[in-house]
Design a protein around this ligand. Structure first.
Ligand code: FCB
Length: 296
């Protein structure tokens, strides 16, 4: 049997070395992929899993619970995986994204319900479910596109951030009886806009004008919803991007700082060192995917 590129990650021995990778696993009783996904030591990355059809089950002991259409699981790095088709259901179709979250996503990487280290939430409204499913599909499509380039990874991460923001919003709104603190549409829109524009020279003033919101509202609401000050969030995004360029490109560190939106080189190096506990040069040496026999 010939295994296609899209199918390979559905088999247990797949190594998952990608930075971000998505897929759809259509489990059909006694036919396709009908085994339990069993990774006792978890994975070297996070997983978000959306049930689209049929019923799935997590664990087989007293902790067990079922997954129905619209249920979302968020499994942290190294948390154990043990899930499969619920035996009374003829199928369990789910979509998933494997990813390495950047630091500034911390606040988004949890739902209210935590069942033994695994987070769960549910998308109840049909409209929201279709939206989120189509975003999963976009990432799946990008994962296997033939003319993949480096930016596809960025685009996938950007879409995934949109998924997580929507899930965070739904999680507080629909799955809680206590007064919700919602991430409103405007903040989602702003975060998405920033995710595309963060390497440009931005100030609170520029952003508030572009997004049509007062500077005061922008800074206070952003902090409230995203859990950190606006400019810090932007700086962290720039830093993640710079780190990525250090891994995958051979440009000089000065150029990379500039491409990531840092105007002051020294500030970049200090900030990098503070966050990554190593200099950009050391980081590149350890993590570069480029042949180091020709360093710049
Ligand atoms: C696939 C599984 C899917 C998810 C990814 C990471 O093999 O079918 O549920 O765990 O691996």
């Amino acid at each position: 049997m010939q295994i296609t590129k899209n199918e390979a990650p559905l088999f247990p021995e797949y190594p998952f070395k990608e930075y971000i990778l998505a897929g759809e696993t259509p489990i059909i009783a006694e036919k396709n992929y009908d085994w339990w996904i069993d990774r006792p030591h978890g994975m070297d990355g996070w997983i978000i899993n959306l049930t689209i059809e049929g019923t799935g089950q997590v664990w087989k002991d007293e902790r067990r619970f079922l997954l129905q259409q619209g249920d979302i699981l968020l499994i942290p790095e190294s948390a154990s995986h043990f899930y499969g088709r619920y035996e009374n259901s003829p199928l369990w179709k789910h979509q998933w994204v494997f990813f390495h979250p950047p630091k500034h996503w911390e606040r988004l990487l949890k739902f209210r319900q935590n069942i033994n280290g695994v987070f769960k939430t549910s998308i109840v409204s049909g409209h929201a479910f279709r939206k989120i499913q189509s975003l999963f599909e976009d990432i799946i499509h990008l994962s296997y596109s033939l003319n993949k380039n480096e930016l596809d990874e960025e685009i996938s991460m950007n879409i995934l951030e949109g998924i997580l923001l929507r899930c965070a919003k739904i999680d507080v709104l629909e799955n809680s009886s206590i007064a919700p603190k919602q991430t409103d549409e405007k903040m989602i829109e702003i975060a998405q806009w920033l995710s595309v524009n963060y390497t440009k020279p931005l100030t609170v003033d520029i952003i508030s004008k572009a997004m049509n919101i007062s500077a005061h509202k922008l800074t206070t609401q952003f902090k409230e919803h995203m859990g950190m000050p606006l400019m810090r969030w932007i700086n962290l995004k720039q830093l993640e991007f710079a780190a990525k360029l250090l891994r995958v490109s051979s440009s000089s560190i000065k150029d990379i700082a500039k491409q990531a939106g840092f105007t002051d080189n020294l500030y970049f190096s200090r900030f990098f060192k503070k966050s990554y506990k190593q200099s950009p040069r050391e980081y590149r040496k350890k993590n570069s995917s480029i042949d180091s026999s020709n360093p710049k």
